[in-house]
Design a protein around this ligand. Structure first.
Ligand code: ZN
Length: 91
């Protein structure tokens, strides 16, 4: 069991390259972080993906063209994190 507190995890997320926002999703309790794709080193080079929303608990992420879209997805990890949604399970 991870004994790191939520406060500590939020503080760590704020130190990530390209950090923009982080919170624990109400529905899933997982830490969801929004980052600048380029600054985080995740830029896929498609010229469109500028932001990523990351479910830190499950190492799942989804790319977006706008920060507004990234923040919209941050409130609903069930919609894109395959582990949160149950589409993929960690055994
Ligand atoms: Zn998740």
């Amino acid at each position: 069991m991870d004994t790191t507190t939520r406060t500590q995890r939020l503080a760590e997320a704020k130190a990530w390259a390209g950090f923009r926002s982080a919170h624990f999703a109400r529905q899933t309790g997982t830490l969801v972080v929004v980052v600048d794709a380029d600054a985080q080193g995740l830029d896929p080079g498609d010229g469109a993906t500028k932001w990523y929303t990351i479910c830190d608990d499950h190492d799942q992420l989804v790319g977006h063209e706008t920060l507004a879209m990234a923040k919209h997805h941050a409130s609903d990890p069930l919609g894109w994190c395959e582990v949160c949604s149950g589409a993929d399970r960690l055994y």
